[in-house]
Write a protein that binds this ligand. Structure first.
Ligand SMILES: N[C@@H](CCC(=O)NCCCC(=O)O)C(=O)O
Length: 248
């Protein structure tokens, strides 16, 4: 049986001092597969991305994390000298997010992808959350991947939200690997979870016609071992399957 196609927009990185590569982390690919989908990597074509044609090829879109930061001009902030940016990814994902939500394509955003959805709809980011009074340091700690992706802090779910339903409760422990965070939440977005310091850690697109959820943490990490992570990917996968059936 054909699986729903889950598009995964790539990063565009200069590697080995030689050339640009378009790439995505394997744990996202495996999680999309685990959600029942067929992962389809989408190159960071930028402004030339044929948005409608891309949307005709996919049954859902997974916007992944990345160590690169969204260029601040996308949310009216000053450039940060020496920042690790990925303009081609920004130029691909930001318009694709808006087009996907308008077309009723299921969307799941993770970490950078979460931040991209906020910026795509007019929100802004703290460049360095840990330097803002009152906020904790949300960056990863430890040397090994297991240490970096270990549970780092609790999140509280907004009562009546999607995540409370998926979690079966109002709290969960999540990992944390981000230096940036939501400063101003875009008007189209509804907060779904907060960290103890008040930082928005998840939201949904309020009027989306399909699944449209984003989280600052990493549910793709060993997602089968965590009930909430599995529930998120099952719900996303089901939404993608629903679109696939509707398009059949
Ligand atoms: N650069 C942004 C987003 C951080 C992020 O996506 N971290 C995950 C990177 C590795 C992975 O894909 O798991 C920020 O620092 O806030």
């Amino acid at each position: 049986m054909k699986r729903p196609v889950i598009g995964i927009p790539c990063c565009r990185w200069w590697l080995k001092e030689s050339q640009f590569f378009h790439l995505a982390g394997e744990k996202y690919i495996r999680a999309a597969e685990g959600a029942g989908g067929l992962p389809l990597l989408l190159p960071a074509l930028g402004e030339t991305t044929p948005l409608e044609q891309v949307l005709s090829l996919v049954d859902g879109l997974l916007f992944t994390g990345s160590p690169s930061n969204i260029e601040p001009h996308h949310y009216g902030a000053a450039r940060v000298a020496g920042d690790f940016n990925d303009p081609a990814r920004d130029a691909t994902t930001l318009p694709l997010i808006r087009a996907a939500i308008a077309a009723g394509v299921p969307v799941l955003g993770i970490c950078r992808g979460f931040q991209e959805i906020n910026v795509a709809f007019g929100g802004s980011l703290y460049a360095r959350v840990h330097e803002v009074d009152g906020f904790a340091d949300h960056r990863d700690r430890g040397e090994t991947l297991a240490e970096q992706y270990a549970p780092a802090h609790p999140v509280s779910f907004v009562p009546g939200g999607v995540l409370e339903r998926l979690a079966g409760g109002l709290r969960a422990q999540v990992n944390s690997l981000h230096g940036q965070g939501v400063e101003r939440l875009a008007p189209a977005l509804e907060a779904e979870a907060h960290a103890p310091d008040g930082l928005v850690e998840a939201f949904r697109v309020r009027d989306a016609r399909a699944f449209a959820l984003a989280v600052q943490w990493h549910p793709e990490w060993q997602f089968r071992d965590d009930p909430l992570s599995l529930a998120i990917f099952k719900a996303f996968g089901a939404a993608c399957a629903e679109r696939q059936a509707a398009r059949a």
